[in-house]
Design a protein around this ligand. Structure first.
Ligand SMILES: *[C@@H]1O[C@H](CO)[C@@H](O)[C@H](O)[C@H]1NC(C)=O
Ligand SMILES: *[C@@H]1O[C@H](CO)[C@@H](O)[C@H](O)[C@H]1NC(C)=O
Ligand SMILES: *[C@@H]1O[C@H](CO)[C@@H](O)[C@H](O)[C@H]1NC(C)=O
Ligand SMILES: *[C@@H]1O[C@H](CO)[C@@H](O)[C@H](O)[C@H]1NC(C)=O
Ligand SMILES: *[C@@H]1O[C@H](CO)[C@@H](O)[C@H](O)[C@H]1NC(C)=O
Ligand SMILES: *[C@@H]1O[C@H](CO)[C@@H](O)[C@H](O)[C@H]1NC(C)=O
Ligand SMILES: *[C@@H]1O[C@H](CO)[C@@H](O)[C@H](O)[C@H]1NC(C)=O
Ligand SMILES: *[C@@H]1O[C@H](CO)[C@@H](O)[C@H](O)[C@H]1NC(C)=O
Ligand SMILES: *[C@@H]1O[C@H](CO)[C@@H](O)[C@H](O)[C@H]1NC(C)=O
Length: 519
């Protein structure tokens, strides 16, 4: 702006002085637009119109700093000025050339157009600095890295993690020479390196690699799971073997086993699980908990009761069925259940042969400690006598067997016929019951009606004697009351008959059971 006003004023001067034939035209400055630092570069300044016999001084300045003369040249015969320069970083900016008549104050100076120079200093000495603190820390913290250079301008930075560019995410932000990672996770661990580059003339690329810095983001150990199994040794020593296991967390981890009052055992392992052997007497021994810590905070498992009850009581085998088309039974579920026992081991037998976990026609589903289930497809190969046996998982010396049950296609399909018979029997019984009730009701009502009409006549006479007159509407209301009362009685009777249904159902069940137990 200032320059253009200056030029305009010069122009005016030029007009007014034109008659004298002694004025300077605008000089022209040219040279490279980009230069490497410390290199020698030449700029030129040329005057197209100038007064004869005047020595002209041409000077090179930066646009905004005329105090600092960069170079000058005296032109006597209007030759082109050359400004050889050793480039420094601070030469970058807008350059301009000023022309002055050296010994003639009547001739005003003129200024050239500006010429932009970009100075490139090759990058050097990249160094990665962790500005956020230690290189090993727990997840969730912020990691801040800086790439520092000993030299270089117009730099672009790339960040490498294990040789690959750092992934972009809302938690990763690279600005200028800084990389900021909010809420770090274990995935941010690795070897970091920064690479600084700049380019000269679009052709020459300068690069500086930093050395590597290894960052370790430790994941906090997760809440452990606690479980235990029971071991028996030398026929009368029992142990509970506790396992504490965390899904994630950077080892080493210190696991501790606590009961309600004190530390039972502790260990530091280079893994995410630990086992503890605790001597045991059978029975209920209180609650236990695992604690885990890998340096950040202590995390806890739930409390579990240390309860070891040997198997006992009757072992019950029962089943239910799946029906296909035509109500034919196609699949069976056999359940085996022991009355007691916290660590049972279930075994299934067909014709006294032990069944594996699965076979061509069956599949065993252990759901300890409650029960074990066999899923069967009904067919020729699955026919036979089934039973199950239960023993303690830590001690096979006592084994309790269920009753044996013979099952084949005919047996399981006979059931619907039985059900039909039972239901038909029940229905007949119901019809009979209702008929009897109705008959009894009719007889009862007839007798009661007779009594009631006698009674009301009596009442009428008594009231008439008291009040002399009788209100007809009141009399009608009383009749209604009697009717409603009778209606209530009838409802109660029918409810009673409905109440009998579950009993009938139960009777049906026992019939079924007996039918099966026969076989
Ligand atoms: C220019 O200078 C030369 C000698 O130096 C002189 O002879 C000549 O007259 C001068 N011309 C003008 C226009 O002053
Ligand atoms: C211009 O003036 C300088 C001193 O200011 C002198 O040395 C020089 O000879 C003069 N040049 C001309 C062409 O008059
Ligand atoms: C980091 O977290 C702060 C505050 O939670 C947020 O303002 C900033 O944008 C986050 N930066 C990145 C890179 O996610
Ligand atoms: C700049 O690059 C051009 C080609 O793109 C080349 O001709 C020229 O010599 C280069 N200049 C310098 C100073 O290296
Ligand atoms: C800098 O890193 C690049 C890969 O990013 C590699 O090709 C180059 O050799 C490295 N240079 C130095 C000096 O380590
Ligand atoms: C906890 O364990 C210690 C020894 O292991 C035992 O002496 C103490 O009775 C236990 N406390 C409870 C509440 O079970
Ligand atoms: C186990 O606990 C005791 C008492 O708290 C402690 O002194 C010891 O260092 C712990 N051992 C391990 C392996 O953590
Ligand atoms: C942790 O579990 C693995 C596999 O489940 C097992 O090999 C290893 O021995 C266990 N470590 C400890 C200390 O219990
Ligand atoms: C089991 O024994 C019965 C006879 O008791 C026999 O019919 C059936 O085929 C046998 N089943 C198997 C799988 O051996």
């Amino acid at each position: 702006m200032f320059a253009s006003v200056f030029v305009l004023i010069l122009g005016l001067c030029h007009c007014s002085q034109e008659s004298n034939q002694s004025h300077l035209g605008q000089p022209q400055l040219f040279g490279p637009s980009e230069a490497l630092v410390k290199r020698v570069v030449e700029f030129n300044c040329k005057l197209l119109t100038y007064p004869k016999n005047e020595s002209i001084l041409l000077q090179l300045y930066k646009e905004d700093n005329h105090d600092n003369l960069l170079s000058e040249y005296t032109s006597l015969a209007g030759e082109v000025a050359t400004f050889p320069m050793i480039i420094k970083v601070n030469h970058e900016g807008n350059l301009e050339c000023v022309a002055k008549a050296q010994n003639n104050s009547k001739i005003g100076p003129t200024v050239s157009n500006t010429h932009h120079l970009k100075v490139i200093e090759p990058v050097k000495g990249a160094q990665l600095v962790v500005t956020s603190g230690p290189v090993e820390f727990f997840e969730g913290r912020t990691l801040e890295l800086q790439c520092k250079l000993t030299a270089g301008n117009h730099v672009s930075y790339t960040w490498l993690l294990n040789g690959q560019p750092v992934s972009q995410s809302p938690h990763h932000r690279a600005t200028d020479n800084q990389l900021l990672i909010n809420r770090t996770t274990a995935a941010d661990s690795g070897s970091y390196r920064c690479v600084a580059t700049n380019t000269f003339n679009n052709t020459q690329v300068f690069r500086s690699n930093s050395s590597e810095v290894v960052i370790t983001v430790k994941d906090v150990v997760s809440n452990p799971d606690i479980s235990f199994s029971v071991l028996k040794e030398d026929s009368h020593y029992y142990f509970a073997v506790f396992t504490c296991r965390s899904i994630k967390g950077m080892p080493p981890v210190t696991f501790s086993l606590y009961n309600r009052t004190e530390l039972v055992a502790n260990t530091t392992v280079d893994a995410r699980n630990a086992t503890f052997r605790v001597p045991l007497v059978l029975g209920h021994l209180g609650m236990l908990q695992c604690q885990a810590n890998n340096g950040d905070q202590v995390v806890y498992s739930e409390w579990i009761p240390l309860e070891v009850v040997p198997v006992g009581g009757p072992v019950v085998l029962h089943y239910d069925s799946d029906t296909g088309e035509n109500y034919a039974v196609i699949g069976l579920r056999l359940y085996c259940k022991a009355a007691r026992g916290t660590h049972p081991r279930y075994q299934w037998f067909l014709n006294k042969t032990l069944l594996n976990d699965s076979g061509s026609f069956y599949y065993v589903q252990h759901q300890p400690p409650e029960q074990s289930i066999v899923l069967l497809s009904v067919g020729r190969s699955s026919a036979g006598t089934y039973h199950c046996e239960v023993s303690d998982s830590f001690d096979s010396s006592t084994t309790i067997s269920s009753k044996r049950k013979y099952l084949d296609k005919e047996v399981v399909n006979r059931l619907p016929v039985l059900v039909v018979v039972v239901i038909f029997g029940c229905f007949t019984f119901l019809v009979l019951l209702v008929s009897v009730c109705c008959w009894a009701g009719v007889v009862f009502r007839r007798r009661q009606y007779g009594e009631k009409s006698l009674l009301s006549l009596e009442m009428q006479r008594v009231i008439a004697a008291y009040e002399g007159e009788l209100d007809v509407s009141q009399y009608d209301d009383d009749a209604d009351v009697v009717n409603t009362a009778r209606g209530g009685e009838f409802d109660q009777a029918s409810e009673a008959s409905v109440d009998e249904w579950p009993q009938i159902g139960r009777k049906k069940k026992t019939l079924e059971d007996e039918a099966v137990e026969e076989h």
